[in-house]
Design a protein around this ligand. Structure first.
Ligand SMILES: *Cc1c(COP(=O)(O)O)cnc(C)c1O
Length: 429
């Protein structure tokens, strides 16, 4: 594409792709192939040595996935990205690229349930441990850093409490300690917030959510900013010859996309969480309307939040876009186009009322997903955060009477109608 700074809407539709030079196909073809023919023995050898860029095997790279990776990197204004099979895999690959046994992560304690489990239990079994801090106070991150710490981890909008962090304050702490700040930007998408503009170094996404936009596919992606100084002494595995990949030195060889190459060649290649090119194709379709959908998601979410706040069956509403939210100032700074469309609220009457609410909704879908074009509701304490005990649930921002809603694109009056009749039913015990 011409050397011009395109707007985000144009990037949603075009970044990473030119019409297919062979067939003229306008839409990125689905390269449904496991492997790619080499030109010669020399060509094969230089591909394996990473001296020539090209396709070897779809576990490591695929042309359809490459369009998705480049489009996501462009949307985040990052340097490069790696597509993977799920949001969980995106975190796994992002973290394992820089962590090994003995290392430590400082994370916000308000996290997607699966992320908390991955860090607190699965990583601990690998010898990597995590400290979870209240991210409302940025200094908590500094206080938890030890000589073993390798990164800071936050969600741009916390799941499920929809809490925000002061990115600039946390990224300043990361910079002072020579550590990368990793941000899960799933709830915001790069249309509403680009964490690299506020000092983040690596962004991860569950592409399953708003990027896909239609609830059809599981996938994930990680993107690096290209700005982190991996030669600052804290990351010997970025500098030393890779035992797992022909003795290559990733930072020296690839510079501002060395982290991405290490993620691809060491972690994706050997652990194998590869994204299907068909899913990439669907994510690219989703991205084409990301900007239009996100604007409407936000518009509907604001109306729903105000409606809930004024409903007699509702005790509290947590949505950063509400004036009453303690995060309202951070929204103005970091989310000028709106704070996404996921909120939580407490129903009067506790768990039983929540069950009645869930069982009374008509077209709102009761399921464990978010960021779909359809409106979705779930009771986190009994589903997404069920693995945590009550104390850990509280720490993660999950209250027993809390419903999470991901506001969709249906007619707004219909969404309010369904909420209203289910809330009324929730009070008839
Ligand atoms: C859904 C989600 C994940 C996990 O993504 P999957 O695609 O389901 O593996 C991680 N982080 C956040 C914030 C999520 O909402």
């Amino acid at each position: 594409m011409a050397d011009r700074e395109y707007g985000i809407e144009t990037l949603c539709l075009h970044a990473g792709q030119l019409p297919d030079p062979v067939t003229g196909a306008r839409v990125p073809p689905i390269y449904q192939t496991a492997a790619y023919v080499f030109d010669s023995a020399d060509h094969a050898a230089s591909l394996f040595n990473l001296q020539t860029f090209g396709n070897i095997y779809t576990r490591i790279m695929n042309p359809t996935n490459a369009v998705f990776e480049q489009r996501m990197a462009a949307l985040e204004k990052g340097r490069a990205g790696v597509a993977v099979s799920s949001g969980m895999a995106a975190q796994l690959v992002a973290l394992l690229t820089i962590l090994q046994a003995g290392d430590h992560v400082v994370s916000a304690k308000t996290l997607y349930g699966g992320t908390h489990t991955q860090l607190a239990f699965n990583f601990r079994k690998l010898g990597i441990d995590a400290t979870f801090v209240d991210s409302d106070v940025p200094d908590n991150f500094a206080a938890a850093i030890t000589p073993r710490t390798k990164c800071l981890y936050v969600e741009s909008i916390g799941n499920p409490a929809s809490n925000l962090v002061d990115f600039e304050a946390v990224s300043e702490i990361a910079r002072e300690h020579g550590l990368p700040l990793i941000v899960d930007n799933t709830f915001a998408t790069p249309y509403l917030c680009r964490p690299f503009e506020f000092g983040a170094d690596i962004v991860v996404h569950s592409a399953t959510k708003f990027i896909c936009g239609h609830g059809t596919s599981i996938g994930g992606v990680l993107v690096e900013s290209g700005n982190f100084p991996w030669d600052n002494g804290n990351f010997p595995t970025m500098m030393e010859p890779s035992e797992g990949y022909h003795g290559i030195r990733f930072y020296e060889t690839f510079g501002d996309f060395g982290y991405t190459m290490k993620a691809r060649c060491e972690i994706l290649r050997t652990f194998g969480p590869t994204l299907s090119p068909f899913n990439s194709f669907l994510f690219l379709q989703g991205l084409e309307t990301l900007h239009v959908r996100m604007d409407r998601h936000v518009e509907n979410a604001k109306v729903v939040a105000e409606f809930l706040e004024n409903h007699s069956a509702v005790e509290w509403v947590s949505y950063p876009g509400l004036m009453s939210s303690p995060y309202f100032d951070l929204v103005q700074k970091y989310f000028p186009k709106g704070a996404s469309a996921i909120m939580s609220f407490g129903i009067r009457g506790g768990v039983e009322s929540c069950v009645r609410f869930i069982e009374s909704v008509q077209f709102l879908s009761h399921l464990a997903n978010l960021g779909d074009a359809k409106t979705l509701v779930v009771h986190p304490a009994s589903t997404t955060h069920r693995q945590l005990d009550e104390e850990a649930q509280k720490a993660a921002g999950v209250q027993p009477n809390m419903i999470r809603i991901s506001v969709g694109l249906e007619t707004i009056e219909d969404i309010l109608w369904d909420l209203d009749q289910a809330l009324d039913a929730s009070q008839k015990l």
